[in-house]
Design a protein around this ligand. Structure first.
Ligand SMILES: *Cc1c(COP(=O)(O)O)cnc(C)c1O
Length: 382
C-alpha cells in the first residue's frame, strides 16, 4: 500500500469529523470531575437523540452499537435456544449479539433495490422455521449504508406472524422512511457512534426503546443489574455497557452538527452522481423511490459485469495505488466461516451484491483536492 506523503495524503473511506464545540464540552466534563459512566452529559446526549427521534423514543446511551443490539435482544425476550432471523448482508456487529444471548442466528437474503432483508425470503424463512416447531423470536433488519430497508413490507410480515423487529440503524442516523426517522421504527432501535459512523462519540451506541419501563430495564442491565435494595443485591446477570460521560460530551457536540453533516453527505452523493452519469456499466446506488431517504453514510457503486470497463477489484487497486481507501460490501454472514453451519434462506442476491458493488470514500471532511484525486482515478478506470 502507498505511504502517506505531504502531496499524497491518505483519503479514508470515512474519517471522524469534529466540530468546534466538542473540545470545550469534553473540557467541561473533565473540569466537573464527571469522568465516569455517570454524569450530566449522558442525559443531555440522550435528550438530543430523543429530540431527533421523537417523544416516544426512549434512549439509553451505551458503549457501542453492538452492546445496544445485545440489550435490545434481551428486551425482546431472546433466551438461550431461541432463533433470531437476521439480514445476512450486514456487518458482524448485527449478528454476534444473537450468539451472546445463546440463541441461533437464521440468516436471510437481501433484495437488490435497497440491498436489505428481502420480504419474500423472510416470509419463506418464518414459515419454514414455524413448520419445524421453532418460531423465531425476533427479526434483525438493517438500513445498510444508510438506505432504509423495505420497512412497510418487513413490518407487515413481522406483525402478521407476531414476531418483534429489532431495527439496526447503526449506519442510518439521519435517514428517514416515509418521513419517519430511522432508529425509531422498530420494536427496538439501535444506533452506533463508532468512529466511522456519520456522528461519533469515539466509540458508543444507543438503544431506542418504546417505553420508559423498557428503557429502565435496559439501563439496569447496562449497569450491572444492581437491584434497588441496599448492599449490592443482584437478581439477574448484568453488563457494564453504559457510555462514559466524557464520550457523551463529544456526542452532545456532534448532535449539533447532524443537519450540517446530512447536507454535506447529500452534496457528496450528488457529486458522485454527476461523476458516474456517463460511465458505462457502473452506476451509483440510488433510492428506489421518495419514501427511502438515505443519509448517504456511504456511497456505493453498482457494476454491470457485462458492460463495465473494470471490476470492483481493479478499481479498488487503482484507488489504493493513489493512497485512496475504498471497500467491498460487508461479506454476507452466511458466507462467513464462523457461521458456516447457520441456516440460510434465500438465493444468491446478497452474494451478487457483495461481488458487484464497491463502497467509495464518503467522508464529509474531504477537501476539493481529495475529490479531484478520486475523480481522476474514476475517469481513468471507468
Ligand atoms: C457499526 C455497526 C454495528 C455495531 O456498532 P458498534 O458501535 O461498532 O458496536 C452494528 N450494525 C451495523 C450495521 C453497523 O454498521
Amino acid at each position: 500500500m502507498a505511504q502517506s506523503t505531504d502531496t499524497n495524503p491518505r483519503i479514508y473511506l470515512l474519517a471522524p469529523h469534529l466540530g468546534d464545540k466538542e473540545w470545550a464540552l469534553v473540557q467541561q466534563a473533565m473540569a466537573s470531575n464527571w469522568i465516569a459512566p455517570v454524569g450530566p452529559q449522558i442525559e443531555a446526549f440522550e435528550n438530543t437523540l430523543q429530540d431527533h427521534l421523537g417523544p416516544d423514543a426512549h434512549v439509553t446511551a451505551l458503549q457501542s452499537g453492538t452492546a445496544a443490539i445485545h440489550l435490545g435482544l434481551l428486551s425482546l425476550g431472546v433466551k438461550p435456544g431461541d432463533e433470531v432471523l437476521c439480514q445476512s448482508l450486514t456487518f458482524a456487529g448485527s449478528a454476534f449479539p444473537i450468539n451472546y444471548c445463546g440463541a441461533t442466528p437464521i440468516f436471510v437474503d437481501s433484495e437488490s433495490l435497497t440491498g436489505n432483508i428481502c420480504p419474500q425470503a423472510l416470509e419463506t424463512a418464518i414459515k419454514a422455521r414455524i413448520k419445524r416447531g421453532t418460531k423465531p423470536k425476533a427479526i434483525i433488519a438493517v438500513h445498510l449504508y444508510g438506505m432504509p430497508y423495505q420497512v412497510r413490507e418487513i413490518h407487515d410480515i413481522a406483525r402478521h406472524y407476531d414476531i418483534a423487529v429489532l431495527e439496526d440503524a447503526a449506519e442510518a442516523l439521519g435517514s428517514y422512511y416515509h418521513e419517519q426517522p430511522c432508529g425509531a421504527l422498530g420494536d427496538q432501535g439501535v444506533l452506533s457512534f463508532n468512529g466511522n459512523k456519520i456522528l461519533t462519540t469515539s466509540g458508543g451506541g444507543a438503544l431506542v426503546s418504546r417505553s420508559i419501563q423498557e428503557k429502565q430495564k435496559a439501563l439496569y442491565w447496562a449497569t450491572q443489574a444492581k437491584s434497588p435494595v441496599e448492599g449490592f443485591h443482584h437478581n439477574e446477570i448484568g453488563y457494564n455497557y453504559r457510555l462514559s460521560n466524557i464520550c457523551a460530551a463529544i456526542g452532545v457536540g456532534q448532535m449539533g452538527l447532524l443537519k450540517a453533516r446530512l447536507t454535506q453527505k447529500q452534496a457528496l452523493h450528488h457529486w458522485y452522481e454527476v461523476l458516474f452519469e456517463a460511465r458505462q456499466g457502473i452506476s451509483l446506488q440510488q433510492a428506489p423511490d421518495s419514501r427511502f431517504a438515505s443519509n448517504w453514510w456511504l456511497n456505493v457503486i453498482v457494476f454491470d459485469p457485462r458492460l463495465a470497463r473494470c471490476t470492483p477489484e481493479q478499481l479498488s487497486i487503482a484507488f489504493a495505488e493513489e493512497n485512496i481507501e475504498s471497500r467491498p460490501l460487508w461479506r454476507p454472514m452466511h458466507l462467513q466461516p464462523v457461521y458456516q453451519d447457520a441456516p440460510y434462506y434465500g438465493g444468491s442476491v446478497a452474494q451478487n451484491l457483495f461481488e458487484h458493488r464497491l463502497c467509495l470514500p464518503s467522508s464529509t471532511k474531504m477537501s476539493p483536492t481529495d475529490r479531484e484525486r478520486i475523480a481522476a482515478v474514476i475517469q481513468r478506470m471507468c
